[in-house]
Ligand binder design. Structure first.
Ligand code: NAD
Length: 360
């Protein structure tokens, strides 16, 4: 197959982790006879420095014209004081909106080799962690109106959280379908005891649940979910929730697996175009030091092959190679354990690429 991939390295560790994902994709292309045409797009702080805006219109057009998009991360302290309209994160929100990426799939799986790196006790994670957070990505408070004004002589800030029924219904359908392909259990997370958006969310999910009688459905309040993720994470199969709650819960869930650096994600539209990215940020504290864990990005590339290109064997090969490298005891700093071999970002990518060539 010939596929065009828009590559958005971004800022901080973004270029380093993306280089390793491309290294792995090149090995996959050679092994399975594919051609990947990479189109690099500046996004985030690096684009602000170069062009004064976090993404150019041409860059957005490149993303839209591609078969898929692979992103590193954007942002960093250098751009924290930029006006809200040209902050690095604005480009990310714009890409999600322009490409209609309303469904963010965040698998959280504990690699058995990393059980000791989890902050939870062994008896708590003993039954394993294998859950999928389906986060709504283009609605809610991140896309509402934001205002700061002076009221009675003091600054007052307001952020509007809004959801229309169709926005809830389409993410609900993705979640029910996802649960169907997994263990058939779906928990919808909201704050229906306080928020109107959550009451509409819950009513819509209940209506949909009647169409999916094979999926075991229940509701959970977001505060209770935050607690249950730590207390008994193995109870969860699929969690569906709105944008802000999903952002927070998926970072919390990532820690169950030992490091945020291990976590991939897929952002999907109603068509075939999607964006694939690790869930972490640009980690400015590690940037330029060859210390970042590239596995979240490499596993995001595997999700891209699986979901966007229907390349299941190729995706399996990447995931298998990651297991082989962890089995062999190689670790970046964030997942380092006693008795293991420390490696940098580039060596970790090379090890995964080499492992792919060894798979029969
Ligand atoms: P972060 O995810 O960048 O870092 C949080 C912690 O995790 C840090 O200690 C970091 O060193 C560590 N970490 C993150 N990725 C890692 C990796 N691959 N390997 C090893 N350790 C890793 O979050 P932050 O510090 O809150 O944000 C830094 C910048 O990233 C900010 O400008 C923020 O706005 C931006 N950000 C971007 C995205 C994105 O592009 N999707 C997401 C979140 C934050």
């Amino acid at each position: 197959m010939n596929k065009t991939i828009a590559i958005l390295p971004g800022d901080g560790i973004g270029p380093e982790i993306i280089a390793e994902a491309v290294k792995v994709l090149d090995v996959i292309a050679a092994k399975y006879g594919h051609t990947f045409d990479y189109q690099t797009v500046d996004i985030g702080g690096c684009a602000i420095d170069r062009y004064g805006v976090p993404i150019l219109e041409e860059g957005m057009a490149t993303c839209k014209a591609a078969d898929s998009v692979l992103l590193g991360a954007v942002g960093g302290p250098k751009w924290d004081s930029c006006p809200p309209d040209i902050r690095p994160e604005r480009a990310l929100l714009a890409v999600r909106k322009e490409l209609g990426l309303f469904a963010n799939l965040r698998p959280t799986r504990l690699f058995p080799q990393l059980a000791a790196a989890s902050p939870l006790r062994e008896e708590t994670i003993g039954q394993g962690v294998d859950l999928m957070i389906v986060r709504e990505l283009t609605g809610g408070v991140y896309f509402g109106t934001h205002t700061t004004e002076t009221v009675d002589g003091e600054p007052k800030a307001t952020d509007i959280m809004a959801y229309a029924e169709h926005e809830i219904e389409r993410i609900g359908r993705v979640a029910f379908e996802t649960a169907r392909k997994r263990r058939g259990n779906l928990i919808s997370v909201d704050k229906a005891n306080v928020l109107d958006t959550s009451r509409l969310w819950r009513a819509t999910m209940h209506r949909l649940s009647a169409e999916y009688p094979d999926v075991q459905y229940s509701d959970m309040l977001v505060d209770a979910t935050a607690m249950q993720l730590i207390r008994n994470p193995s109870q969860f199969d699929v969690i569906v929730t709105e944008n802000l709650f999903g952002d927070i819960l998926s970072d919390e869930a990532s820690m169950l697996t030992g490091s945020i650096g291990m976590m991939p994600s897929a952002s999907l539209s109603s068509g075939t175009l999607g964006m694939y990215e690790p869930i972490h940020g640009s980690a400015p504290d590690l940037a330029g030091q060859d210390k970042a864990n590239p596995l979240g990005t490499i596993l995001s590339a595997a999700m891209m092959l699986r979901y966007a290109f229907s390349m299941a064997a190729e995706a399996d090969a990447i995931e298998c190679a990651v297991h082989m490298v962890l089995d062999a005891g190689y670790r970046t700093g964030d997942i380092m354990q006693e008795g293991c071999t420390p490696v940098g970002c580039a060596q970790m990518g090379t090890l995964v690429a080499d492992a792919i060539t060894q798979i029969g």
